[in-house]
Design a protein around this ligand. Structure first.
Ligand code: DSN
Length: 414
């Protein structure tokens, strides 16, 4: 089990804020689907003296001296990542998932090329074509939606792709609870002559352990973050089986989008990849899914509207507008008062703005790391239902907070 420690700094203001965050993480139930608790080894590597080192370039091809140790680290990270996903080429330098996506897209299509990505309200990501991100600024972008049941309709996507004739189709999501059929996306891409990219940031841990179909056989490039289901240090990665694409990816990461690699993060990613190669990681991923199904089912039994009907992975969205007559923002604030952290989330055909939304997103990776099993998630579902059904009842908020406290004290991280 994880056991984090308080830290001591000469800078007392930052020391206090970090230690307060440690207490917040201990005391709250974390349901943000993209967060997790890293191992102590990952944390140590991320906080190591590697932060002192510059090493622009790649192993044995650096623009700085003194890179013999960071070369070992980056090579280990690459080799472990390749083994984890059974892929030929990997770049472990991206600072984040968005930068990984920027470099991956630039490696596949020219500036101003056409991208077809998943809409935000259907579960897509800003970096898959939104005007307020680089992707909508440098490229012509179009979006596919889920159908009226909240499910990807591949025939509809094909029809849209035929009209738009994109240079690149992006699949993968931040808020989609069903299986993504990468093979069908490949068939669509082939029919319209488009390249195919998968962003598996959310489901990376499930893909690595074969609990979700793999995109590698079908995609020109696959990107991910390392800190969600993969439970590693914060950052991005890019993978491909195509040597020409791999060369372009390396150039677009550095010098295209980035400068010096963050070696402390690369070392921490490498540690996490080794952990993910251990058989215990597959058991953890299985439990994430079992927990998500049990959690989701409890809401369904109470006739609460689940976007896309159910979950096949680590997360699901609740239509809180329809189920409780609350906005996502209101629901988030009510749950926070009882020490339960979730995020508001747009849902298909949402009439509310992204700042308000009609949904919330719930994920099981973090609390599964803390040791929650199906029983704890069922208990939690009832706490959440009571809170959202009685949003302004101070007695219920107080009682729920006590129930949350008894759960967090049983599944400790400090
Ligand atoms: N912000 C991440 C998430 O919460 O899904 C995606 O980048």
């Amino acid at each position: 089990m994880i056991k984090y420690q308080k830290i001591f700094l000469n800078d007392k203001e930052i020391e206090k804020a970090i230690n307060n965050e440690l207490i917040r993480q201990q005391d709250r139930i974390e349901l943000i689907a993209s967060e997790n608790y890293v191992s102590e080894d990952v944390l140590k590597a991320a906080g190591s003296i590697l932060t002192n080192k510059y090493g622009e370039g790649y192993p044995h091809k650096r623009y700085y001296g003194g890179c013999e140790n960071v070369d070992v680290i980056e090579e280990l990270a690459i080799e472990r990542l390749k083994k984890l996903f059974n892929v030929k080429y990997a770049n472990v330098q991206p600072y984040s998932g968005s930068v990984a996506n920027a470099a991956a897209i630039a490696s596949l299509i020219p500036k101003n090329g056409k991208i077809l990505g998943m809409s935000l309200s259907s579960g897509g990501h800003l970096s898959h074509g939104y005007k307020i991100s680089f992707s909508g600024y440098f490229y012509q972008t179009y979006f596919y939606d889920v159908d009226k049941n909240g499910i990807l309709d591949y025939d509809q996507i094909l029809e849209l792709a035929k009209k738009i004739k994109p240079d690149l189709i992006i699949c993968g999501a931040s808020a989609y609870s069903r299986i993504i059929d990468f093979k069908k996306f490949k068939e669509i891409a082939d029919q319209v002559g488009a390249k195919l990219m998968a962003d598996i940031a959310h489901i990376a841990g499930l893909v690595a352990t074969k609990l979700h179909p793999s995109p590698f056989e079908y995609c020109d490039v696959v990107t991910s973050t390392t800190h969600k289901t993969l439970r590693g240090a914060r950052g991005g990665i890019i993978m491909t089986n195509n040597s020409e694409v791999a060369q372009k990816v390396d150039r677009w990461v550095f010098p295209g989008y980035q400068g010096g690699p963050l070696f402390h993060q690369i070392a921490a990613k490498a540690v996490a990849f080794k952990e993910a190669l251990d058989p215990s990681f597959a058991i953890y991923q299985e439990q994430i899914i079992k927990n998500a199904k049990a959690f989701c089912n409890e809401f369904k039994l109470a006739n609460i509207e689940i976007v896309s009907g159910t979950t096949d992975n680590h997360l699901f969205m609740i239509n809180v507008k329809k189920s409780f007559n609350l906005t996502g923002k209101e629901a988030t604030e009510i749950l926070e008062r009882a020490n339960i952290t979730v995020n508001k989330n747009a849902i298909p055909n949402d009439l509310e703005s992204p700042q308000i939304t009609s949904g919330i997103r719930l994920g099981t990776p973090a609390m599964t790391t803390r040791g929650f099993k199906e029983e704890e998630f069922k208990t939690l579902a009832h706490i959440i239902i009571q809170l959202l059904q009685n949003p302004y009842d101070e007695n219920i908020i107080k009682k729920s907070k006590e129930e949350v406290s008894s759960l967090t004290s049983k599944f400790k991280i400090i």
